[in-house]
Design a protein around this ligand. Structure first.
Ligand code: SAM
Ligand code: SF4
Length: 383
């Protein structure tokens, strides 16, 4: 099947991808599925007065939001098997936040204490006004601006323009260094060499510290931990392994398909001894290790399933269609669109963010029988 993600205004950037029909072998629909619930401001209980007056986004479990992830588009030119099915439905363009709305939300979030904004998606580099979004956030705030990309559409010119606009650093996802595997996992015609060229360009542009992300799926690429770890040594960057989470649009997630951080660490340590850096930020999702032999680069393990880090969570998410999600795994998200498009003041937007944060649950409970998979996949939520 030939599939083209191009929209008229994206034609020069996007690539056509061929998408063989594919499902994760052995998958079973073992998780309960939420229908999802988008709630509006009218249904949102107000946070206590002293919390609102504090001017910070604090939840009822004592955590403070410092990190906002903004999905600027739900579209993508890949269809990674653990994320997005070929027939995924995208939001109509009019439902998606405009650059002005994104920049305004960034400004209000910074006024409430946010220190870092990560642009994500879908694939953020597909957005035709990406440079404008970065420069607008830079002009309106002094937060660290990071972006995560699948690395398939990078050029020196674009990276240089984003850097000049105010982008501080990049994270690139790469799940395999083998062409056939990469094609099967991403269901694209992009090669690992294309992505590695992008990694080199990010380093050359100084979009550092650069991080690389990989999701290992059993039976797909779970034998590549060591090869991927070598990328850290080769490029002098942090290679992070993220446990496969039940956020795939196929609902194919099954615990047996997840490769735990511990397994991945053991596979790498069969070849390279690792030493904990003991330098991880309290809010960091990753536990990082350096190579004991002194080689450059770091290895990071992100274990949301086998070792949840909810207690230190400092993140809030804004979806491409203008919903605020207190957690990746929230089954309720709160629409800010009506406020944004209905003439709300910055103070009203700030109170909305404070109130949504107050609803943040203590944890995601993936391990429990009661766990309900959110209706929307990672690509819609903003990973
Ligand atoms: N398209 C960009 C990319 O792939 O880097 C940005 C968006 S993507 C949703 C952000 C990150 O989420 C990627 O590193 C991807 O590997 C990760 N991701 C997507 N689905 C996931 C899942 N079910 N479990 C764990 N990580 C996932
Ligand atoms: Fe696209 Fe990123 Fe999801 Fe892969 S993980 S389908 S690149 S949004």
């Amino acid at each position: 099947m030939q599939f083209d993600v191009r929209e008229p205004e994206l034609a020069s950037d996007a690539i056509a991808v061929s998408l063989p029909q594919f499902r994760v072998a052995g998958a079973s629909d073992s998780t309960k599925r939420s229908q999802g619930h988008v709630a509006t401001q009218a249904q949102l209980p107000a946070a206590p007065a002293h919390i609102r007056a504090g001017g910070r986004m604090m939840d009822s479990h004592g955590r403070t939001i410092l990190d906002l992830r903004i999905s600027i588009t739900d579209r993508c030119n890949f269809r990674c098997v653990y994320c997005m099915e070929p027939d995924v439905q995208f939001q109509p363009r009019e439902n998606v936040l405009t650059p002005g709305e994104i920049i305004r939300m960034a400004r209000v979030a910074q006024s409430l204490g946010v220190r870092k904004i990560r642009l994500t998606g879908g694939e953020p580099t597909l957005h035709p006004q990406l440079t404008e979004i970065i420069s607008g956030i830079r002009a309106a705030t002094d937060v660290e601006i990071a972006m995560i990309s699948n690395g398939s559409l990078l050029t020196r010119e674009k990276l240089s323009a984003w850097k000049r606009a105010g982008l501080d650093r990049m994270t690139i996802s790469i799940d395999s260094v083998r062409a056939d595997r990469f094609a099967r996992v991403t269901r694209s015609t992009v090669t690992p060499e294309d992505v590695m060229a992008g990694i080199e360009m990010c380093v050359a542009e100084g979009l550092t510290p650069l991080k690389l992300n990989a999701v290992l799926v059993r039976g797909q690429n779970d034998d590549e931990a060591v090869e991927l770890a070598r990328l850290a040594r080769r490029f002098g960057v942090e290679m992070r392994f993220i446990e496969y989470m039940p956020l795939d649009s196929a609902r194919a997630w099954d615990r047996s398909l997840m490769v735990t951080a511990q397994e991945t660490r053991e596979a790498i340590e069969d070849v390279f001894a690792l030493t904990p850096t003991n330098m991880d930020d309290a809010h960091s999702t990753a536990r990082t290790f350096r190579f004991t032999d002194g080689a450059p680069g770091l290895i990071g393990f992100i274990a949301p399933v086998s070792n949840p880090f909810c207690g230190a969570c400092s993140r809030l998410r804004l979806t491409a269609d203008g919903n605020v999600r207190p957690c990746l795994f929230s089954t309720t998200e709160w629409s800010v669109m009506k406020l944004l498009r209905g003439g709300a003041s910055d103070a009203e937007l700030a109170n909305f963010l404070i109130d949504v944060t107050w609803t943040k649950l203590a944890g995601h409970n993936i391990a429990s029988q009661q766990f309900v998979q959110p209706a929307r996949p990672m690509s819609a939520v903003g990973g």
